[in-house]
Design a protein around this ligand. Structure first.
Ligand SMILES: Cc1cc2nc3c(=O)[nH]c(=O)nc-3n(C[C@H](O)[C@H](O)[C@H](O)COP(=O)(O)OP(=O)(O)OC[C@H]3O[C@@H](n4cnc5c(N)ncnc54)[C@H](O)[C@@H]3O)c2cc1C
Length: 480
């Protein structure tokens, strides 16, 4: 299928979306270069190793593996030659501070209240899968094709003004399950009390396609895509930050310049519009992109723990006592939550070598405001507070001792990934407009395209890969 079309493309950013787009364009015959400011590819898919421990620093759960398979088929590769995907029997264990525990396993999804919510999400998936997830917003009309007439009955759900929390409250009586389902809003960095109920597609997808882990660590995903790109002849330029784009010429911080036929930006669309492409937008366009509120960031703590707590699974969530107050802190007060919901991932459960004998590698994540002006003292105090919470909630046992501890706050995330105030997903999805019509995938006038978590259809590994697929199809259509 590969042709040489004598056209050149530069992809700025070696996140998963950027590398996948580079592969797709190479398969269309483009000469493709990737520039990334970091020393390694993968963007948010990084890892850290110290004294016999290994931690994933970004995503920890893979959903919709079929999207991944599609990319391997497109590149004419066998996925098993590059990756081993491990299905999780228990996707997450949820803890409440009153002692209640729920496991997200097969029997959980069969609960009748849960089933009614899944049915709701299934309808959204059936309709939006055809329109929204596989096509850019300009092609929403596809949803109205006569072949979809059966699924069109779900349209009111897609356009509903109800929030995710409101629909959960209507469908579910059990207060524990209510809180559990509200947490799916955080998959795109939003509040369940503001995000549209459309996002009930997320639990449906998790139930239907399962939760997965990538053997060897989530970074293996990025490495597999990087390997295919290299085999196909994509040129990688690391430690090269694109700082200026003027008169179709892109320039790096070392003064290296190029005038590609196509520019693809994989960095966060908001920051890219305000920095690299600031000369390409009118003030009005910049105001539009800067106006919506930002998604949440994260406060991450990596712990090397001597001793084991067998009650903890691979993925665990310990809930706050007051969920509305937590989201108010993050999105209104812009403060680190006082009584946070705490996520703990221990890959040692899957991967014996990720921590020394008798030890555990804890990746601890608290949802945090997109705000970078924390002092080191504040960051240190908050780390202490979260560790104390882990002890109070009996997740970190008296018999367990912390050997290694490192925290990563929004400021560091902003610097590493070049994101606005450390936001993980660009805009928060706090309205139908900001959920369905995210920053555009193409510049209104120039041959500049956008791929990745801050553009359409949204953040998370599968969506970013769908975004790359859509960009490649759009470019193929525009130039053939
Ligand atoms: C803590 C955390 C937990 C997460 N958990 C999950 C999860 O469990 N499951 C899931 O599916 N998703 C999860 N995600 C989201 C997922 O990681 C992202 O949506 C996805 O990896 C983003 O990919 P991307 O293609 O948008 O690129 P990114 O990973 O954002 O990479 C963009 C790259 O562009 C580079 N760049 C930007 N501007 C420039 C420039 N001017 N010059 C050079 N280089 C530039 C950056 O350095 C970066 O390397 C999580 C994210 C985080 C941070």
């Amino acid at each position: 299928m590969k042709r040489n079309n004598n056209r050149t493309a530069i992809v700025v950013g070696a996140g998963l979306g950027g590398i996948a787009t580079a592969i797709g364009l190479r398969l269309q015959g483009y000469q493709v270069q990737i520039w990334d400011r970091n020393e390694k590819g993968g963007g948010k898919l990084q890892e850290w190793k110290k004294e016999g421990y290994r931690w994933d620093l970004g995503p920890s759960l893979l959903t919709m593996p079929e999207v991944l398979n599609d990319w391997f088929r497109l590149a004419d590769r066998r996925i098993e030659d590059y990756l081993t995907l491990v299905p999780l029997e228990n996707t997450c264990r949820y803890f409440w501070q009153d002692g209640k525990i729920i496991d997200e396993d097969d029997s959980f999804w069969k609960n009748p209240e849960v089933q009614s919510l899944l049915k709701y999400g299934e309808g959204i998936y059936q309709l939006s899968g055809k329109a929204y997830l596989n096509h850019p917003p300009s092609e929403f009309w596809r949803a109205f094709h006569w072949r979809n007439w059966k699924d069109l009955k779900h349209l009111p759900k897609l356009m509903s003004l109800l929030t995710l929390a409101q629909v959960v409250e209507k469908k579910i009586k059990d207060p524990y399950l209510r809180q559990l389902f509200c947490r799916y809003a955080t998959y795109n960095g939003s509040s369940p009390y503001l995000t549209p109920s459309t996002f009930l597609i997320i639990p449906y997808v998790e139930a239907h396609f399962g939760g997965w882990y990538v053997k060897g660590g989530m970074r293996k995903l990025a490495e597999a895509f990087e390997r295919i790109a290299m085999e196909e002849g994509v040129e990688f330029n690391y430690s090269q930050e694109a700082i200026r784009y003027e008169n179709k010429k892109i320039t790096s911080h070392q003064g290296i310049g190029a005038t590609p036929d196509l520019l693809i930006c994989n960095g966060e669309a908001i920051r890219t519009a305000n920095t690299l492409l600031k000369g390409c937008y009118t003030e009005k366009e910049k105001n539009t992109i800067n106006k919506p509120s930002l998604s949440s960031s994260g406060f991450i703590i990596l712990l090397g723990v001597r001793g084991e707590n067998k009650e903890l699974k691979h993925h665990n969530i310990s809930f706050t006592r007051n969920y509305p107050e937590e989201f108010k802190s993050i999105f209104e007060k812009k403060e680190l939550p006082h009584d946070p919901t705490i996520y703990i991932s221990i890959t040692k459960r899957e991967e014996g070598g990720d921590a020394p004998e008798g030890c555990e590698n804890w990746f601890v994540l608290v949802n945090a405001p997109a705000k970078t002006n924390f002092s080191e003292e504040e960051s240190e105090n908050y780390r202490e507070k979260v560790i104390q919470e882990l002890r109070n909630r009996k997740l970190l046992l008296p018999s367990q001792r912390i050997e290694i501890s490192r925290q990563i706050h929004a400021g560091e995330i902003a610097k590493r990934d070049l994101t606005t105030e450390g936001a993980l997903y660009g805009w928060a999805s706090h309205s139908i407009a900001t959920s369905l019509f995210r920053p555009a995938m193409k510049h209104p006038r120039e041959e500049i395209y956008f791929v990745g978590g801050s553009t359409h259809p949204g953040g998370g590994i599968p969506l970013v890969l769908l975004s790359a697929k859509m960009i490649c199809e759009k470019i193929l259509k525009n130039f053939s």
